[in-house]
Design a protein around this ligand. Sequence first.
Ligand SMILES: [Zn+2]
Ligand SMILES: [Zn+2]
Length: 257
Amino acid sequence: MQVTILGSGTNIHPTRAAAGYLFQTDRPILLDFGPRTLSNLLKTGVDRHTIQHLIFTHYHADHFSDFLTFFFDAVCHSKFAHVRPALNIYGPPGTKRLFRTIFRTFPNFRDAPFRVILKEVNDQPFSIGGTLVAPLPMTHSDQQVCLGYRLEYQGRSAAFSGDAMVSPNLVSLCQDVDVAILDCSFSSHAPGGSHMHAEECGKVAKKANIKKLVLSHFYETADRSNVVAQARRFFSGPVVKGKDLLTLQVGKASQVV
Ligand SMILES: [Zn+2]
Ligand SMILES: [Zn+2]
């Protein structure tokens, strides 16, 4: 299993794309599709027209907005070139209502000449090819369900918190994983609501006994502090500061390439 960070920032950030992650197991799986992540997806060399699985943690726009450009492009491409394979979209309760409204409303979206399959998930594991995907509700927003996801493939495991505060579910999601990518929106010096700061990420990493911690989803303020050192106060394993287009091998040595 391999994961490439398409976006390590938030909604508006001067140098980082917002949330987006490309997992590659026996097929590409996209987790979240925030602003500017589509440009980074193109840089990975993965053919966007072959992507059949999009998973959303929640629908704050910093995790979603590039879907619109992606989908419009997919419709145009398949009308004038080749029909693409079906697109499966997974997300928390509310996913069907949101996408049906989008497909009804945006020009040309209802003309897609390929199948779109909407699947609402909550806490029941499901499979994508040989990958087992286990969602769990996180604590983030009182207006919507926000899911974290754990992916397991060929004995390797990775967790992605989505946007999350510390919670028992987050610790369960990350328990013993090879790599956990956690919402580190803030430095411990300037914490904020609805998200974790770096020391909290370190505490979760220790409690869940993860093998490697990847900090991501930075607000600009987080970039002004040494968030890695803050996380290391509580977690003695390897800590990586996420950056756009960083690829990690999730495996034995969990190497950065
Ligand atoms: Zn959010
Ligand atoms: Zn966010």
